[in-house]
Write a new protein. Structure first.
Length: 227
């Protein structure tokens, strides 16, 4: 395990509940009501992907300028919520501290746009991460592998040498497509089991040796599958 690549929303910080607030506000602004099913489908999505879901759900004409304006409004609203403080998920900050102390390089890999990620990092602390990759900085956001491939490249490693930590179906698919073994810490959305992923109930259960052990076990399974 040469590095650990971290998702942000719902993995490190409990920001999905803040996204709930801003998504409901966006729907009210657009004259609709957000259902739990549609909200679930947006978790982990990119800005463009979420807007496509919203406009399709509301039966709105997918005019690029209007969708971009809605996306900007949503991110501005969410950014104000972020700056009021982002609550850490159990064990997340402690595990980051342990990994930094063990000199394991870390990357933040998020579908959140750069402008909003920068506001979140004021609360989280950018000093933990050697690199950060956002959904608007790659050709294709999660569930495509591009963000994880880019993060590994910036750190100087192959994705297969990096352990990803995710909470969503979208993010887990992206990490696996890049070639990373994945630790899944489900938050608001159920993530199915899979041979290249290990589910844990909470990050508070883990230390650096646990992560190394999970990485080694999953890497061996991946090698057996491809042999």
């Amino acid at each position: 395990m040469r590095a650990v690549l971290w998702d942000m929303d719902g993995t490190l910080v409990d920001s999905e509940k803040l996204w709930d607030v801003s998504m409901h506000a966006l729907y009210e602004r657009l004259g609709g009501v957000l259902t739990p099913e549609v909200r679930t489908s947006t978790v982990g999505g990119s800005s463009e992907g979420v807007m496509r879901i919203v406009y399709t759900d509301l039966g709105l004409e997918p005019v690029p300028a209007a969708m971009a304006e809605s996306a900007d409004w949503l991110h501005d609203y969410t950014g104000e919520l972020f700056e009021a403080g982002l609550p850490w998920l159990p064990g997340a900050q402690e595990l980051l501290e342990k990994l930094v102390a063990a000199e394991v390089p870390l990357a933040l890999v998020t579908n959140t746009r750069r402008d909003l990620t920068e506001r979140a990092l004021k609360s989280i602390g950018r000093h933990y991460f050697s690199v950060t990759v956002c959904g608007d900085e790659v050709a294709n956001a999660k569930p495509a592998p591009d963000p994880y491939v880019r993060a590994a490249q910036l750190l100087g490693f192959d994705p297969a040498q990096c352990l990803a930590v995710e909470d969503s179906v979208t993010g887990t698919a992206a990490a696996e497509a890049a070639g990373c073994p994945v630790v899944v810490v489900p938050n608001d959305v159920h993530v199915p089991d899979g041979p290249r992923r290990r589910h844990v109930t909470s990050l508070s259960e883990l230390d650096v040796d646990d992560l190394r052990g999970i990485f080694a076990d999953l890497s061996n399974k991946i090698k057996d599958q491809t042999a």
